[in-house]
Design a protein around this ligand. Structure first.
Ligand code: HEM
Length: 409
């Protein structure tokens, strides 16, 4: 019977060949048991587009354990991390979520994203200046990791020279976001980085009080709705989620997207020759290789989905990357169609938690793809094995060696 079949378990994402290409597993789940009880992970797994929409819309996002619950489970060592996570908008339901998201939206307006546009182009060009004459680079370390890290520092209003530290701490904190497995050996590092992050933002807030500087931290400090303001702990927690959410995913959009294009050279040539395709092309790359593959929710009450009875309090994993390849929603789902019409993918989630940074992420992606394809002719992957991050939720490569025709700046 499907429900007890280990071949359908998401644990298989830990096998290197499934991690390298999880889509056959997602197709199998969607066609054989679309609302699947994963007895190894003790969670429901939904893979059809309408079911993922339903879960993202109606289920509770209040899913991160509190320090008290962790202590009761004998895991008090994780409390410093939980203290930050419980104050992040990503893990809240209304009305607490509505309040935080409302204050954050006052702080991060479309106008502020537009101001960043010129900086993003400059950051992109500066990074490419360093490699253009070399004819080769590691696309992740030389570009896809530092670019969003520098943009994020600009967005927050902290010195861009701090971007390497911020990137390192953010990668460690992401351990707590995309993984469903608990990796006890990595906890000391995650704790240390969480500590560094909270100290860094506490210090940045103190400095801003003395010398205010444009950026998200300052906007969070001054955002006000009906006399309500964010507390210092809330500012810190939401700077952390914005920073981690913004970096880990955008790096993966650029890395996964360029790998996909290099594996589809005719599509790459089309995109290079017709910049009008950039906007729909980025949406298709988000759908095709979603940087954030899945997220979790909790059932608010007993409910039936797809003929299965889900009990109040049970965990549900919504696999956006599977929904994005649902043939009932997207014709020829495994094909890359850069001008795909009707492309309402779920790569940024859905409903009240829809990605807060989506306009910025789209802009970063569009500038990165357009500039790289324009400035680095004959871009191709250096043949060899590819290593994927073992984080099954945040899908991306650890390195991507590429070569291209070297040109002078
Ligand atoms: C390609 C890049 C990105 C992808 C694929 C992505 C994906 C997502 C997804 C799927 C969610 C919803 C998670 C859930 O419902 O559980 C989300 C939420 C969020 N994202 Fe992004 N994201 C990206 C870039 C960014 C950027 C650049 C920022 C910061 C400026 C950001 C900040 C956030 C925040 C703060 C939330 C929580 C929103 C809430 O709970 O109301 N993300 N993102």
């Amino acid at each position: 019977m499907a429900a007890s079949d280990s071949s359908l378990s998401l644990v298989r994402l830990l096998e290197p060949e499934v991690l390298a290409n999880p889509y056959p597993l997602y197709h199998k789940l969607r066609s054989e048991d679309p609302v699947h009880w994963d007895r190894f992970l003790h969670t429901w797994v939904v893979t059809r587009y309408p079911d993922v929409l339903n879960v993202l819309h109606s289920f509770s996002a209040d899913r991160t354990p509190t320090p008290e619950q962790l202590t009761a489970m004998g895991l008090s060592g994780l409390n410093a991390i939980a203290k930050v996570m419980v104050k992040q908008m990503l893990f809240m339901d209304a009305p607490a979520h509505t309040r935080l998201r409302g204050l954050a939206s006052v702080a991060f307006t479309p106008q502020k994203v537009r101001v960043l546009k010129g900086h993003i182009q400059e950051i992109t060009d500066n990074l490419l200046d360093r490699v253009q004459a070399r004819g080769e680079m590691d696309l992740i370390q030389d570009f896809a990791a530092p670019m969003p890290a520098i943009v994020t520092a600009e967005m927050l209003g902290v010195p861009t020279e701090d971007h390497s530290d911020l990137k390192k701490w953010s990668a460690d904190f992401a351990e707590m976001l995309g993984n469903f497995q608990h990796n006890p050996d990595r906890i000391p590092r995650v704790l240390e980085s969480t500590n560094n992050l909270t100290n860094y933002f506490r210090d940045a807030i103190a400095k801003m009080r003395e010398h205010p500087r444009e950026g998200l931290i300052h906007s969070f400090m001054t955002a006000e709705m009906d006399g309500d303001r964010l507390s210092e702990e809330e500012i810190i927690a939401n700077c952390v989620v914005t920073m981690v959410g913004g970096q880990e995913t955008t790096t993966n959009l650029i890395g996964n997207g360029l790998l996909t294009l290099m594996r589809n050279p005719a599509q790459l040539a089309r995109l290079r020759d017709d910049p009008n395709l950039i906007s729909s092309g980025v949406e298709e790359l988000l759908r095709y290789e979603s940087p954030s593959q899945h997220t979790g929710r909790i059932a608010r009450e007993d409910v039936e989905i797809g003929g299965k009875q889900i009990r109040k309090g049970q965990a549900v994993m919504a696999i956006m990357a599977a929904a994005n390849r649902d043939p009932e929603r997207f014709p020829q789902p495994d094909e890359l169609i850069l001008d795909r019409a009707d492309n309402k993918h779920l790569a940024f989630g859905w409903s009240s938690h829809f990605c807060f940074g989506a306009p910025l992420a789209r802009m970063e992606g569009q500038i990165a793809f357009e500039t790289i394809l324009r400035r680095l002719p004959n871009l191709e992957v250096v043949p060899g094995p590819l290593t994927w991050r073992t984080n099954s939720g945040l899908r991306g490569l650890t390195a991507l060696p590429v070569r291209f025709t070297a040109t002078q700046n």
